[in-house]
Design a protein around this ligand. Structure first.
Ligand SMILES: NC(=O)c1ccc[n+]([C@@H]2O[C@H](COP(=O)([O-])OP(=O)(O)OC[C@H]3O[C@@H](n4cnc5c(N)ncnc54)[C@H](O)[C@@H]3O)[C@@H](O)[C@H]2O)c1
Length: 466
């Protein structure tokens, strides 16, 4: 299938050029009156020769399979060669979109056998990720695999080894790690703008049935139309259950709950920004607050993770939170808190506020001083005045920083561009198997901790449970 993306690319670049002028007057920048606003212009208008064509197959053509394919096809020189899915309605949908001649199958191994496919996008239910990745690499395909890279921690090293051995590109699909906003946060943290990092509070709240994964189930869903027997080849034997096929995230037999779905984004984002390899201790707890729909993984969950001091960063504590019945209306934010300020990452946008301690220690005001005798107070005030100048007693101020991505900016497109660039030029991907596993393992450990009510100890360097 051909895609004409040169036109849309041109339009996109024009749009960015036009919007960058207005960035300084955007609502985000006006949050802080004295804030600096910064804009970045994207530069990926590349010429693609016919030898550079990359033909892709999609395995798992549900919601994210659609978004991933749509985005991948925006990258110049990328063509669709085939789609695989287990549910018949989604293969019909694929033919309706791309024409009757499109190759479709419900057996991903047949798609992997095709010589005209260079790369596959693996967008299936989590439980299938590692298995299909291993098979795809063995067949010499480059792989873009959705997050979490693995369903079980034991699958991590085999995937890492297979990727190395194959010499093929493996990109994990946490597209936020390609965001220019995240890279800006990384730059500001490294520049010491918030002093020494000591805490990360990361939140992903929602308040809707779809947000809580109750997606529409088609009327014809049954064991035959969903190829149920194939679906459960990667799981324990289970009778057909439409919810376990279409609302799989909420069931531990096939899904990884809020941890694998959303903590993982917060973890991969934090690891990118801090250059961290991961936490050493992981504790998590959760409850069933509202979505009483048969799910067996919580709809409200928190994690507390201790990151050790390393040469990349100071020791910091991370709190993770997902609340699916949140009266906030929903929010996604990573707050990086340091000794001299805070960086808030909201999607592709960043705000940085400083707060600096005065050089002089506190004295008077809400203090024990006034409880002493008058003569003691006077004497100590004299000592303090002799020791500290007025300047040393004041908090120094520093300008806040606001970074706003251009309107129309798409981190997902950057993530795919990075993947296809890597296939073409051998340049490294932003989210390789090690990175993907280092985010997946603590996320999966949150489920383990919740289920066992124990702290999970993890070796982030060697990527092993302790
Ligand atoms: N990066 C992101 O922001 C993001 C967003 C949403 C979902 N995801 C990830 O994408 C993946 C898919 O999520 P979704 O929301 O599209 O789910 P979905 O239920 O809409 O789609 C999953 C599809 O995979 C198919 N499938 C399952 N096993 C298969 C197999 N063995 N062979 C072929 N097809 C198979 C199913 O038929 C289904 O159509 C998940 O891993 C999820 O974590 C990532």
């Amino acid at each position: 299938m051909k895609n004409d993306n040169s036109n849309s690319r041109r339009k996109f670049l024009q749009q960015i050029g036009a919007t960058s002028l207005f960035a300084a007057a955007s609502p985000l920048s006006s949050l802080a009156a004295s804030a600096k606003a910064e804009e970045r212009i994207l530069t990926y208008n590349k010429k693609i020769s016919s030898n550079d064509k990359i033909r892709i197959g999609v395995i798992g053509y549900g919601v994210q399979g659609h978004f991933d394919l749509r985005t991948a096809l925006k990258v110049p020189g990328v063509e669709l060669a085939g789609i695989c899915d287990l549910y018949t309605g989604r293969l019909e949908n694929a033919k309706e979109q791309f024409g009757k001649e499109l190759y479709t199958t419900s057996n991903y191994k047949d798609l992997l056998d095709r010589k005209d496919i260079d790369a596959v996008l693996i967008c299936t239910t989590d439980v299938w990720h590692a298995r299909i990745t291993l098979d795809a690499l063995a067949k010499g395909k480059h792989v873009y695999c959705e997050k979490p890279m693995v369903f079980k921690i034991s699958e991590g090293h085999p995937v890492i080894e297979a990727a190395k051995k194959s010499g093929k590109v493996l990109q994990v699909g946490s597209q936020r790690v390609s965001s220019i906003g995240y890279h800006k946060a990384k730059e500001l943290l490294a520049a010491g703008e918030i002093g020494e990092l000591n805490m990360v509070n990361a939140v992903y709240d929602r308040q809707s049935s779809i947000g809580a994964w109750e997606y529409t189930i088609p009327k014809d869903a049954n064991a035959t139309t969903t190829n149920w027997d194939t679906f459960i080849e990667a799981t324990e034997k289970m009778n057909f259950d439409a919810k376990k096929f279409f609302w799989w995230r909420a069931f531990k037999e096939v899904g990884t709950g809020v941890a694998g779905d959303l903590f993982i984004h917060l973890l991969s984002g934090t690891h990118l920004i801090t250059n961290s390899k991961g936490p050493e201790n992981i504790y998590s707890t959760g409850q069933f607050s509202y979505w009483k729909d048969g799910r067996n993984l919580p709809d409200v969950m928190s994690g507390v993770l201790q990151y050790p001091k390393t040469k990349e960063h100071a020791a910091f504590l991370m709190t993770l939170q997902v609340n699916f019945i949140s009266g906030t209306g929903g929010q996604e934010v990573i707050r990086l808190i340091g000794s001299e300020g805070i960086i808030e990452v909201n999607g592709n946008n960043i705000t940085l506020k400083h707060s600096l301690m005065p050089e002089a220690p506190g004295f008077g005001g809400y203090d024990s001083l006034f409880t002493f005798s008058k003569s003691m107070q006077d004497e100590m005030q004299k000592d303090y005045d002799a020791k500290w100048t007025a300047d040393q007693r004041k908090r120094k101020t520093k300008e806040d920083i606001v970074f706003k991505a251009p309107v129309g900016y798409d981190d997902h497109l950057d993530h795919f561009t990075n993947f296809f660039d890597s296939i073409r030029t051998g340049s490294p991907v932003i989210e390789n198997a090690e990175f993907g596993f280092r985010a997946a393992a603590p996320a999966l450990s949150c489920n383990e901790s919740y289920l066992s009510k124990k702290i999970v100890n993890w070796d982030p360097i060697n990527m092993k449970l302790k």
